[in-house]
Design a protein around this ligand. Sequence first.
Ligand code: GLC
Length: 533
Amino acid sequence: MMNDFLWWRDGVIYQIYPRSFADSNGDGLGDLPGVTSRLDYLSDLGVDAIWLSPFYPTPDKDFGYDISEYCDVDPRFGTLADFDRLVTGAHRRGIRVVLDMVMNHTSDQHPWFLESRSSRDNPKRDWFIWRDRPNNWQASFGGKAWTFDPVTGQYFLHLFTPAQPDVNWRNPEVRKAQLDAFRFWLERGVDGFRLDVFNAYFKDDRFRSNPPKFGLRGFDRQEHIHDIDQPEMMPLLDELRALLDSYPERYAVGETYLGAPEKAVSYCGPDKLHAAFSFDFTMPASEAAAALRIHPFNPDWVLQKILEREAAFDAAGVWPTTVMSNHDVMRAASRTCRGADDRMAKLAMALLLTLRGTPFLYYGEEIGMRDLALKRSEIMDPPGKKYWPIYPGRDGCRSPMQWDASPNAGFSSAQPWLKVNPDYPRRNVAAQRADPDSLFNFTKKLIALRKGTPALRGGNFVPLTGCPRGVLAYLRRAAEQTVLVALNFSGRAARLPVPAAAWTPLLSTGALPAEVRTEVRLAPHEVLLLINS
Ligand code: GLC
């Protein structure tokens, strides 16, 4: 059974935000040797791959998502030799390594851009997007997507901050240079890539303005039809896939920018990406809810999201991914839990690890880390600075990993770059490892169960109808076995009728029932898994 185990489809991928994971040299910033020192932890947790958010040289205007050199390590994070040691150590433990490729834009300090902006006839002028007059495109972090550069009297395009100029993927030299960067890391043994906002690489070749639509912010008040999702992306994905396929078992997952499931699947296939994120459970139902930070995490909303993505991914024959938290959104535990009670975090974890699709676990999610509350003066994230207090930015979900109860949570011997969540003396890895009922031990158990249970890995998704209020229940059905997953979102006990079968209790956050006949009783917020094989 394990012979056909394909790491990126059947395994669990763990996202590491390197500056916040583990600091090995006492400068308050996490680094690559820090990650290497925690590989045993990751192996014990049972993850199959790590995705490293950017560690390349960067002026940090968007915390590493503004890169000034693609084929190197920022000295604050280590060296290329440290990187090689990390890859070797990971591979020795059967852990694959996925890198974050930010190729829609560079930093404005990248030598390519410095050359490009130096004069209109510089050979790299056309490596970026320069125009005499701006159109109506908006930057996703606020304001116009065009900034006037007085040196040469033209505007350059940036879909994010002005410190992140968009490269011109239509230029063949740019295309070659970017694909060479992929090759550079493949040659160093990297197993896969996460492509940052890949569907924005190409822009309309006539630079037409976007049509208007109703929305809150300027960015949302237009249909993004000319600044993203251009047809030129498909042949590029084909070329990238051919490059990946020239190495064994390589992988690419795209961050589909402004992407519903139908759009995400259109970029996947045997000659395109292996997978693309659809942020079904991280994105609030509406922009207004996002602004107000309301998240409708209830059975109806969750089921509707599951059905939408099942329909899109199934129809296209594409394997889904599941994300509850990442470095851009509020952590799942902060959205779903009240106070320090982790029962809803276990429920969200159960969804992540029992749905059809590759689970992406975000560092600290396994111990239910909560978002950090920051004062206005402490905010560093560009969109947070712009939109506070309506939108506080993304610093909250990026606080240092809480390893133990020692000073700075065992993350660093120095003052960390970003505050440690003050709850760390109680909420940390060491404490949760010692507690059999902790979210950590629940997560570890469920990862092992998923990997060892074919129905949980590959089975069909079949929702159960007739669930009591507050309960979501579904089957994962494979040829040889069926797993029933019951999730009680409500704070009240419930009775769930179950289909007739010889069910055996598999896992519960409450008390495992001795036997199951026609119904099961669920405690408030209980997660229960039954198996029939
Ligand atoms: C992606 C990243 C985000 C970054 C942006 C610009 O959305 O996930 O963190 O700010 O791209 O690179």
